[in-house]
Design a binder for this molecule. Structure first.
Ligand code: GDP
Ligand code: MN
Length: 434
């Protein structure tokens, strides 16, 4: 069994990776290679809406897209104190910095006017945190919530954990801070409960976690109740992760989820339509959105060889072989199954719009895919886009002879490859020559 530290570290790693590539995620395996995975992430305000609909306690809040709306929201809340929170998918906002000069993505104030001023310095600016790229992420919305006093901050997360083949609840009485630091420095303060997905969460497990988090007396029952509700939410919405940090207590004796981060299993999209409709995609790379418009999957990487493939397995294999031959992929474009010629053209357009790209490797294994369609799309794209970089093509499978003929008779400078190894060698060599 994995140790609590390993779980927490793994959880932290997962959380950070998801934050860094919130939309179309390239998870690097230990070998440094890739598998691709797209996760839906929601903003805090969206996650909290789901939580409150399932009986989980969150603060009253409104969402604002302008400073004026933020001011109005603050007045409407009519609270003793208000907290303004920048909405981006990455964590660590509290200690983040805006390119407007404002420090901190989470601010407390008693004055609604100040809420408006804070929102003015948040909305439209980039917020950089430990979990974002250097330049930060643009803030389009702020959450304006009733602030509550916090007497204690704990950490709580529920995740689908591969090593347990099921859900695990991870908690620490040391919350509000970076959980990876706790896992590294105070591993004894990380607790876990493995849940049997068929039996569900037991009262004793929820109580034990509440106790481990340091909730005492009546607070223990309240915390256990919140933990159970969070678990039911986790299952019902097909989440891969629900993270609450801080999972706090107030001096008045209430257990409250002060922050929320929920990720979803994209395979559940068909039965979670309402949730997936909440996805505003505003933090996507524009190129990812563009690819999605044509039913293509795009993953940006940091090398210089563009890869044009069909299927995730072939993408991984292509990546491995490029690495093995001393090259680095610039991106992946996965064409998927039932391909149309127009998609091939769009795919090329997207691949070549990336200035890092110095060569293109096409690796298509035609099962359902008809290679002739690919070949026609490639030649059309080469002509119309006036391709400036070397193009290495490996086609195999359905109708491949016809496809080879189309490429050969095109008169275009296309380098054919007999297999994947050959293709990778030729692509790497074409870049090295420069
Ligand atoms: P993060 O920095 O992105 O994780 O954002 P959080 O929502 O966790 O907020 C950062 C920190 O601000 C929390 O750890 C709390 O210490 C503090 N905070 C957030 N909301 C409130 C609130 O309503 N009242 C008080 N007193 N502190 C808050
Ligand atoms: Mn937090």
């Amino acid at each position: 069994m994995a140790s609590p530290v390993a779980i927490a570290a793994q959880a932290g790693k997962l959380l950070r990776e998801q934050a860094l590539r919130p939309r179309l995620l390239a998870v690097r395996s230990q070998a440094g290679h890739l598998t691709s995975r797209r996760w839906l992430n929601l903003q805090e305000y969206q996650s909290k809406k789901l939580m409150s609909e399932h009986g989980v306690r969150v603060q009253r809040f409104f969402v604002a897209s302008t400073a004026k709306e933020a001011l109005e929201a603050a007045k409407r809340l009519n609270a003793k104190e208000i907290v303004v929170k920048a909405q981006i998918l990455a964590g660590g906002r509290g200690k983040g910095v805006f390119n407007s000069g404002l420090k901190g993505g989470v601010h407390l104030t008693k004055d609604p006017k100040v809420v408006g001023q804070l929102a003015q310095q948040m909305i439209g600016y980039n917020l950089a945190t430990k979990q974002t790229p250097k330049e930060g992420v643009k803030v389009n919305k702020v959450m304006v919530a009733e602030a509550l006093d916090i007497s204690r901050e704990t950490y709580l997360a529920i995740l689908m954990d591969r090593s347990y083949n099921g859900p695990v609840i991870v908690g620490s009485p040391q919350g509000g801070v970076d959980i990876e630091e706790v896992a590294a420095n105070n591993p004894e303060l990380i607790f876990k409960e493995q849940i049997d997905i068929f039996e569900g969460i037991k009262d004793s497990q929820a109580q034990r976690m509440a106790e481990n988090l340091g909730f005492l007396g009546p607070l223990k029952h309240q915390a256990a109740d919140q933990i159970k509700k969070l678990y039911h939410l986790f299952l019902k919405i097909d989440a891969t992760q629900v993270e609450v940090n801080p999972f706090g207590e107030t001096p008045e004796g209430q257990v409250v989820c002060f922050d929320a981060k929920i990720n979803f299993d994209d395979n559940a999209e068909f039965r979670q339509k309402d949730i997936f409709a909440m996805d505003d995609k505003s933090e996507n790379e524009p190129i990812e959105n563009e690819a999605a418009r044509y039913d293509l999957k795009y993953i940006g990487l940091d090398g210089n060889i563009a890869c044009f493939v069909n299927g995730a397995g072939l993408a991984m294999a292509t990546c491995d072989i490029i690495f093995l031959n001393g090259g680095k992929p610039a991106n992946f474009l996965d064409l998927g199954g039932g391909v149309k010629e127009s998609q091939v053209y769009q795919a090329f357009k997207l691949l070549t719009s990336d200035p890092k790209v110095e060569a293109i490797l096409v690796n298509i294994f035609g099962g359902i895919v008809n290679c002739a369609i690919i070949a026609n799309g490639i030649t059309k794209a080469c002509r119309e886009l006036e391709l400036k970089v070397p193009l290495v093509v490996r086609l195999e499978g359905t109708n491949v002879q016809e496809a080879q003929k189309i490429l050969q008779s095109s008169g275009l400078p296309i380098t054919p490859a007999k297999d994947l190894e050959d293709a990778a060698k030729k692509a790497v060599a074409s870049v090295a020559k420069k």
